[in-house]
Design a protein around this ligand. Structure first.
Ligand code: ZN
Length: 179
């Protein structure tokens, strides 16, 4: 991807080596590459809003961000589609020198927030997403959605030994209560 097309890239020229300077930026763009790889992901092309606060420090630029976007996937129990609102924050120091003990550095006059945003979003996504709490899932035999068909009749799987006992019980009741 050409650097100019990276929407996560933020110019910090007016903050570099100016401790105490602060800027706020609001970005809104279509996600160029999907975020996440699990049951719920932020799709390519999904709108992502990024509220940034950029502060010049002695050792680098401190970037604080509020991320808002929407993830899609399916319920792990009933396979219904899920829409999951993503609202997550991050704070990361982008160092001037790559020698310092920081994961990210200022490149020339900009910072690339892509890896930081990606990590924050992916970590916030549910690992076992469900459409709603207590989703009953699918019938293991028919594959039907249990929320639609209601609880299954337990008589469908009566043990033959219990069936014999029921017959005995009925006969016994007849003895005690003649018609
Ligand atoms: Zn479900």
């Amino acid at each position: 991807m050409p650097a100019a097309a990276n929407p996560y890239r933020v110019n910090v020229r007016d903050l570099v080596h100016r401790p105490g300077e602060m800027r706020e930026r609001s970005l809104s763009f279509a996600v160029p590459e999907q975020l996440g790889a699990g049951a719920v992901i932020v799709r390519e092309g999904e709108k992502l809003d990024l509220e940034l606060r950029l502060e010049g420090l002695h050792e680098g630029v401190l970037v604080s961000g509020d991320i808002q976007t929407v993830a899609h996937g399916e319920c792990v129990r009933c396979l219904d589609p899920i829409e999951h609102a993503v609202e997550v924050t991050f704070q990361e120091l982008f160092a001037y020198s790559p020698d310092e003990a920081f994961d990210h550095t200022v490149h020339d006059d900009h910072v690339d927030c892509e890896p930081v945003v990606r990590d924050a979003v992916v970590l916030s996504l549910p690992f076992q997403p469900v459409c709603r709490e207590g989703c009953p899932g699918l019938d293991p035999e028919t594959g039907e959605r249990l929320a639609d068909v209601g609880p299954r009749e337990p008589s469908a799987v009566v043990d033959p030994r219990w069936a014999a006992l029921e017959g005995f019980q009925a006969a016994h009741d007849d003895d005690n209560h003649p018609a």
